[in-house]
Design a binder for this molecule. Sequence first.
Ligand code: HEM
Length: 462
Amino acid sequence: MKRATSMDYPPGPTQKLPLFQFLNFLRDPIGVLVDISRYGDISHFKFGNQHIYFLNHPDYIRDVLVTYNTNFIKSRGLQLTKKVLGEGLLTSEGTTHRNQRQLIHPAFNQDRLTTYATTMTEYILRISNRWKDDDTLDVHKEFMQLTLAIVCKALFGFDIESEAEEIGDHVTTLVEYFNRARMPLGELIEKLPLPSNRRFHYAKKQLDTLIYRIINEHQSTRITHVKDLPRHNHHGDLISIMLANKNITSDNGNYVNSKLLRDNVITIFLAGHETVANALTWTFYLLSQNNREEEKLYEEIDSILGNDRLPTAADISKLEFIGKVLSESMRLYPPAWAIGRQAIQDCKLGGYTIPAGSTILMSQYLMHRDKRFFPEPGRFNPERWNSETRTNLPRFSYFPFGGGPRACIGEPFALTESILAIAIIVRRWKMKLELGHPIVLQPLVTLRPKYGMRMRLIRRNA
Ligand code: HEM
């Protein structure tokens, strides 16, 4: 790669990314970012007339996500997903975002998590009971269905299990659309009468029908104020919390803004399952390659839970090694592998002036594998997550859940769900990667295994 000549920009490949480089980016965005990161902690390149700044240092990432966060909005690519997500929590900005965050927050408090944990355990057991000794399965697909069913039941009080496969296919169609929409020419391609565009509109319609079905079911049994929400039944779920809020309902209980409700339900529906499914898939892949760590996990589960006790929310903090395994898995395979922003005003980063309208890219995948912060970065080593390492790491060298005012609202939900799933599944099943199964990264909106994850199941315990 040639260096940029302009003194105004940080170093990077030449001004216009050559065509082959552009095609490369579509094919292998992580590989291209790895190349670009060689230019330094802040680098610059262009896509057509779009200026892109790639940040590869925790301090610069903190500047964008925290210190100067009001100078940035979500990236152009994410804004295009408004076509599906509307003005929900993930895509809205400013006051609309702040109000919604406040509104949704109670759905993720500790009391609610304790209740969700019961639902999570029930669904994890269901899937684990369905599996048979010596089965070979695509566990990525299994985890996608599991996490979708959990989000729907825990947060929307709706049992989706029988439809999970079909709905999972619609979700995949949307995710592929999101990925294409992010690309240059994406907006143009979207207007063409292509079968993929027809599939997208069909999938969106089907999901909308489902979302409104879920919302309508809540209307018949709803309560009208947050303080009346019972703590331990499904009426304390996210939809009930939103319906009980006066910003959404008028005094007589009618919707003021049913679109806002729909936008947030579909946002949580999409944001809340694929990420966790990927975290579990990569974790079980890593365990299948690291038997010593797998055995250690097994021992921890035995010592904390005994032979047959099921884990509860109260066990989460005691299952320390599982926590470390999960942190290490999300370091190596962060389910959200990159974050983008757009500058709304000129600003300074790393000594450079970043013009308004520029795109900022930050990648968890690259930062988490940076040897300045993680010795032997390619090695799966859960023990690196002892309290000393955690305290000494610069804040944004590890950021699987983002940070600042736009940090993941579902982090505690995701951690509870993942730790329970690992504890319940590891106790009963050992997973072995199918011989010859190719492991190829597919960095779409989330980091998926391109060919799924085919594993043979070996029963450990009844
Ligand atoms: C391992 C699992 C998960 C990972 C790695 C993850 C990662 C992230 C990241 C990196 C962001 C910030 C994006 C940005 O700054 O542009 C985010 C935001 C978000 N996540 Fe998650 N997430 C996970 C699970 C969940 C779950 C379970 C839910 C809901 C049940 C959820 C709901 C959301 C929402 C609504 C936002 C937008 C928050 C806002 O802008 O205020 N996520 N997530």
